[in-house]
Design a protein around this ligand. Sequence first.
Ligand SMILES: [Zn+2]
Length: 469
Amino acid sequence: MERRRSISTKKSFISRYVLNLQFLLMAFLCVLIIIGVVYFTSGKEAQSENSNNKTQNKPVYVNTSPLKPSKWDDNEEINIFREYLRIPSVHPNVDYEPCVEFLKQQAASLNLPIAIYYPVDDQNPVVVITWKGSQPELPAIMLNSHMDVVPVYVEYWTHPPFGADIDDNDDIFARGTQDMKSVGMQYLAAIRSLQRDGVDRLKRTVHIVYVPDEEVGGKRGMVEFVKSVAFKSLNVTFVLDEGSVAINDEGVMPVYHAERTIWQLEFIFHGQSGHGSKLLNYTPGEKFNLVLRKFMEFRAEESRKLNELNYPYGNVTTINLTKVKGGVENNVIPAEMSATFDIRIAVDTDLDEFNRMINGWCTEAGGDITIKALNKGEKEKVTPVDDSNPFWSAFKSSTEESGIKIQPMVLWASSDMRYIRRYNIPAFGFSPLMNTVAKLHDHNEYINVMTYLNGINVYKKIIPSLANV
Ligand SMILES: [Zn+2]
């Protein structure tokens, strides 16, 4: 019995042991399967997120919320505008195809031909809707706008940035309401209204153009488009593009007719290296100090012009130190240091003289300084704002007819217009954003319904005036 018992005990021990082993094996397999499943699904999620990023912007911008009802739901123009605002054509990796499809519908509704060009690649379309003139042999007018908008910090928005909600004050909230989907749609709305008034054609052909990539410099948009055969075939003689809000309390609206020249220069200061305990001459640090001091003195004078003498931004040169590099060890004087300055040169500055001044500072600092031109633009062309430019007279009289006071100004920043002006084509930047707080690139960008609708009437006067020059 004892033995039997012991055998049976041994047997049951073995069977239990084997069972345990089986159990352990099963458990191990289960754990493996769970790990596998978790790894596989998480990998897939990451992958699909990535592919979403590539094909349809960031998922956070994808608009799933239904259009919020408002008392303007019966207004055709407000509906069209809101539809355009709800397309999240936002950087980075903008998907422009929904814009192209939307603009095709708009062109069809106006019975106007549309052409899509791809001057750089198939991700960056340029859309041209054409209203043919009664004298199509005359050079044409171009009404330009960009389809892209700058990114949003969604947590700072009181309304969904691509929802186009209208609040109780009739303010429409969305990225692009000011910069510049409003203008893009107001052009078409004005043409629709003119057509309904029985205006079949204007004298000159009008091209309504929608470009990509403006917000990141236009290299995949206007820069290449103006060089293309397609652009030449449009035979453009004057361009209207974006502007900004009123410049003072009297509601005077800016008309931008020029831009400053951008220079971004990296100074590489070569010099005496050695032990950190010595007082050597011509060290890179000394050279950097002198050049930096000269730039900062110049900057202080420009700052005085801006803040004390009330020069407009476009007429002062802005200088900012943006990068500093150098050094290897705390006790070693380096053989090289570098500093980068972002310079926006006032339109009335002689660029050769400015260049000589900078070179003079380098000589004074002891020489052996390499100036690397990261961006050294030529002098930007200025569109005349006097009687020599018939489009100025036409623009001025038509805006005055709408009761708008305008003032020609140099743009403080940069826009696609500089690429157009470089081809000796005059261009004005103007947005009918009357009584509006500037929210371009800011959180809670908005436009009031009445401001938008009034803007349509403003273009209804401007467009015929320009096209009939
Ligand atoms: Zn813009």
